[in-house]
Design a protein around this ligand. Structure first.
Ligand code: 5AD
Ligand code: SF4
Length: 467
């Protein structure tokens, strides 16, 4: 028997890449690959890249420099190490990578991962193999069916792709170019995948897509289903305790999604809803097609449907032409909404996007200063949100043993990590936890009712726990 070949995947960027990495593992397993934690002893190293900001894509080239040494070292030991660049940098800069980095054997875009075995064979024949086409018919062809062992290795919480690509064309963003136009997976395929996952111990799923609430997959009735309708169907799957979805666009929040939040206890009351800026002038220049007031109205509709709902968001500071007044409008929006968490970034011009052509720019020092001011405000909101949990009882889905011996870590509805001293038996269960204290971003507490934990959970959620 030939010994297994070793595969190392390093992922950058968004959840979609984390998910895709798992799919690449699933695709390469039948080829005799097993995962290894170290790039140095791998036979195949895949850099699963992100192109969203300049910093993210430059990382690839510095990593390739390091890998060149490892590849040379392997060759001296008589071993062939192959190097592949996957993800959005591969999609956007395929030819350039091949020209700039002779160390690379394979360049593979996000819609071509099912071709990896074939690309490897071609690389074995001495070719430098590139696959970056967008398939016209089945964008989800790369979604090989995972084996139960792989699913179990994923643990309690898993991502499921329901939609890919984006047609919004925000002027700063590369996603419509790297991930292509919007496409949704059919309902039946999603339901089957989630059923497989729950039968193998997964209790929480996060539906992912670049623009997940633009979902319009074909339902079993042959009609186009909205995300809201899909969520009602998924909530019926036995054993599924929690459902999340990310990332959403404020313009695609329809009434079925709001109703799902009102009606489905398994749908977590925590929504990532990027707004990018609080200034109408900048929102228009970004081609967001909504104003600050429209965003506020969307937030109000969610809040009216479910009182305990909380939000996170993405912000860009220093978009070309952003004045102090525009920036203050962003601070004002944050102050008005009150976020549980948020990400903020300095604007990074991306080649090929319309905003990269705008001549007016904001100086780097001004961008730094604005980022600091915005992050200070967001941090204070996040700490206040976390502190408010102290002294309350919250449901936690337990995921794995923590670093501290005897502790088990899980997450609250709002994705706050929560630690308790308990038996590993609680992994996979949603249990009420009395929160005692906060350590940085982590909540510490104890089981609220160890004698009858399952009952309390059942009251909070209609799904069957521990099935
Ligand atoms: N510069 C800075 N931030 C960006 N993002 C997307 N493109 C850029 C860019 N060119 C941010 C947006 C988006 C998040 C995923 O990354 O805030 O919501
Ligand atoms: Fe990019 Fe999101 Fe805008 Fe689509 S909606 S172009 S993914 S920022």
């Amino acid at each position: 028997m030939t010994p297994p070949r070793k595969l190392h995947i390093k992922s950058y960027g968004c959840q979609m890449n984390v998910y895709d990495a798992q799919r690449m593992v699933d695709t390469l397993q039948p080829e005799g690959f097993v995962e290894t934690a170290s790039a140095e002893d791998a036979d195949l190293v895949i850099l699963n890249t992100c192109h969203i900001r300049e910093k993210a894509s430059e990382k690839v080239y510095s990593e390739l420099g390091r890998l060149r040494l490892a590849k040379d070292e392997a060759a001296r030991g008589g071993r062939t190490m192959r190097i592949a660049v996957a993800g959005c940098v591969a999609q956007a800069e395929g030819e350039e990578i091949v020209a700039r980095a002779p160390v690379v054997d394979i360049v593979v875009g996000p819609q071509s991962y099912h071709h990896l075995p074939d690309l490897l064979k071609r690389a074995g024949g001495g070719e430098r193999a590139i696959a970056t086409e967008f398939p016209a018919d089945d964008k989800f062809g790369y979604l090989a069916k995972p084996k139960p062992e792989t699913i179990r290795a994923r643990g309690v919480s898993a991502f499921v792709t329901v939609q890919e690509g984006c047609d919004k064309f925000c002027t700063f963003c590369v996603v419509p170019y790297t991930r292509g136009s919007e496409m949704s997976r059919p309902v039946g395929r999603i339901v089957d995948e989630i059923r497989d996952l729950t039968e193998n111990g997964v209790r929480e799923i996060t539906l992912i897509g670049q623009n997940v609430n633009a979902y319009h997959g074909e339902g079993p009735d042959g009609r186009s289903w909205t995300l809201g309708r899909l969520l009602y169907r998924l909530a019926e799957i036995p054993g599924l305790a929690r459902i999340r979805y990310s990332t959403s666009h404020p313009n695609d929040v329809d009434d079925s999604l709001i109703a799902a939040h009102r009606d489905l206890p398994a749908l977590m009351p925590f929504i990532h809803l990027p707004v990018q800026s609080g200034s109408d002038r900048i929102l228009a220049a970004m081609n967001r097609k909504h104003r600050a007031i429209d965003y506020h109205k969307v937030i109000d509709r969610f809040r009216a449907a479910r009182q305990d709902i909380a939000f996170s968001s993405d912000f860009i500071v220093g978009f070309p032409g952003e004045t102090e007044e525009d920036f203050r409008a962003t601070l004002a929006l944050v102050a008005q909404i009150g976020y549980a968490a948020a990400y903020s970034f300095k604007y990074s011009p991306r080649p090929g996007t319309p905003a990269a052509e705008i001549r007016e720019t904001v100086s780097l020092s001004e961008m730094d200063a604005r980022l600091e001011r915005l992050q200070a405000l967001i941090d204070s909101q996040q700490s206040a949100f976390n502190k408010a949990a102290i002294g309350t009882v919250v449901d936690v889905l337990f995921e794995r043993p923590a670093r501290n011996p005897g502790q088990i870590v899980g997450r609250t509805a709002y994705l706050q990590p929560a630690h308790v001293m308990a038996s590993p038996d609680i992994i996979g269960q949603v249990l009420p936890i009395r929160i005692d204290s906060l350590e940085r971003y982590s909540l510490l507490g104890e089981l609220a009712s160890p004698a009858a934990p399952q009952n309390t959970q059942a009251a909070a959620s209609p799904v069957i726990i521990g099935a």
